[in-house]
Design a protein around this ligand. Structure first.
Ligand SMILES: Cc1ncc(COP(=O)(O)O)c(C=O)c1O
Length: 489
């Protein structure tokens, strides 16, 4: 029996020896029933300590590859099943794997694969020095010291209930803190029992879709709209009905009389930036009553409003219990936290909680506890006030830079709130080629086309985020963009 040890830095010698013997057995070089060398002899021939060989044998005895007969030595197990042996060298070519496993997919899996794949659409690291990507907050502004202190406080003496499994809907302290915040700041009418803590508002959309939609059910979506929402409703079998938006939000008069669900972004239509008018809000609630439908209000970035008074949520106007309200901490704090919340009518709560349990039981308790303290002790709203100023300055720098370098050649819309704007630039030729030329100059901009399904915007319209780029970056980025536009005429 020849045993050769591979050189694997960091792997203990007994493990390497066990692996070498196991490989020899599986390759068929060491036959079932074959006697292994005495430990002392093998240790001497491999220049190993005898204990190392003993440990390796013990490991393989425990795994069932070896058997020991008292007084007569250690043997390769005589009864290893044939299928455990690998083909002896030279190996036969592996059977080619099936080209597709579509036949193994459920109809849900198939719809995910065939769908719009928002994962690909929305993924992607910022690579350009002047990156105007939508959706990321100013990561460097996150109050890491406060968060660290609160985390330490939670971890110093963690109560037992933070270490085991927890309540599916979330920690009571966080649900209370959020309910109070949403009542005060967003005009949401709810009790803490209606709040479910979720892994980002994307999960709220998925839970709502799963408990409300049967394949073929009508789902009214704003046009244009957030593709992450469209994809989740389509994946759940919803029949997506796009309804155009104008400056006052979704055109309720164009909505079908029956649908299971309508998804809207009333505070800041995504991506156009329109604010839904009071009349439309009331019409929409009336439509839901008549259609026996549920409305999902995605309040993803309403905390950042720069002009006029804060707008109350649509949910606060709902007397009939037809609105599911969702919000996220991805825009105010960090996307990486994966923390969001949904407020549902009490009657839907059992289905939502049950589905949440089936999916992932609950959100990580330690983060929930830290966030509850962060809100209760005033850090959250302090940070919010600060970030409003930071983003307002960035927004103004962006608008001023467009004014200075583009004048009438560009129109910037959707500026009153949020973290992005829509920009239309005239006379630049093919938009994708322009995006590439901008990228070559270090400026990352993104077409708004992917947000439209009915009538994509004519010419070149871009969605430009300004929240994760510094003032200097904004000024220089727009200057460079203007130079690219000038050369593109
Ligand atoms: C309109 C809208 N809704 C929902 C989300 C989902 O956010 P999250 O899952 O990070 O809470 C996003 C993310 O960009 C968004 O833009």
């Amino acid at each position: 029996m020849v045993v050769e040890l591979r050189d694997q830095p960091g792997v203990p010698a007994y493990q390497r020896l066990a692996e070498a013997i196991r490989d020899g057995i599986l390759d068929g070089r060491f036959r079932p029933g074959e006697k292994l060398p005495p430990t002392r002899a093998l240790a001497a021939s491999l220049r190993l300590a005898r204990n190392t060989v003993l440990d390796a044998y013990e490991q393989l005895l425990a795994e069932g590859y070896l058997t020991a007969r008292h007084g007569s030595g250690t043997f390769v197990a005589p009864d290893l099943p044939d299928r455990s042996f690998r083909a002896a060298s030279p190996p036969r070519p592996a059977a080619s794997p099936p080209a597709s496993m579509d036949g193994n997919l459920s109809s849900f899996g198939a719809r995910v694969v065939e769908g719009e794949a928002p994962v690909q659409m929305l993924r992607g690291e910022s690579t350009s020095p002047y990156e105007f990507r939508y959706g990321t907050p100013a990561l460097e502004e996150f109050p890491i010291d406060a968060w660290r202190k609160l985390t330490k406080r939670v971890l110093d003496y963690p109560p037992r209930e933070l270490l085991g499994y927890g309540p599916t809907e979330g920690l009571p302290s966080l649900r209370e803190a959020l309910a109070r915040y949403l009542q005060r700041a967003r005009g949401v009418r709810c009790t803490a029992e209606q709040v479910t803590i979720v892994n980002g508002s994307q999960q709220a959309l998925d839970l709502a879709a799963r408990v409300l939609i049967d394949p073929g059910d009508g789902v009214v979506m704003e046009e244009p709209c957030y593709p992450g929402a469209r994809a989740v409703f389509a994946a759940n079998g919803g029949h997506v009905v796009p309804v155009r938006c104008d400056g006052a939000g979704i055109d309720v008069s164009a909505m079908p009389p029956k649908a299971r669900l309508a998804y809207v972004t009333p505070s800041h239509q995504f991506p156009s930036g329109a604010v839904m008018s009071a009349t439309r809000r009331l019409d929409l609630l009336e439509w839901a009553r008549e259609a026996d439908a549920i409305i999902i209000e995605d309040d993803y970035d309403s905390e950042f409003r720069y002009e006029g008074r804060p707008l109350a949520a649509l949910q606060g106007l709902d007397d009939a219990g037809r609105v599911i309200y969702t919000g996220t901490l991805s825009k105010v704090l960090l996307p990486a936290l994966r923390l969001g919340y949904m407020v549902a009518p009490p009657q839907l709560q059992p289905a939502i909680s049950g589905t949440k349990w089936l999916t992932d039981r609950h959100v990580a308790l330690l983060y929930q506890a830290v966030l509850a303290l962060f809100i209760e002790e005033g850090h959250f709203e302090r940070h919010l006030r600060r970030m409003r100023k930071v983003y307002e300055q960035r927004r103004e720098a962006l608008m001023a830079a467009f004014d200075k370098h583009f004048a009438d050649r560009a129109s910037v819309t959707g500026t009153e709130s949020g973290m992005h704007v829509l920009v239309h630039i005239a006379d630049i030729g093919e938009p994708d080629a322009f995006i590439e030329r901008a990228a070559a100059q270090g400026v990352g901009i993104y077409s708004a086309r992917q947000y439209y399904t009915l009538d994509p915007p004519a010419g070149a319209t871009f969605l430009m985020g300004y929240s994760s780029i510094t003032l200097e970056g904004i000024r220089e980025g727009i200057r460079l963009l203007a130079a690219v536009a000038e050369r593109s005429r």
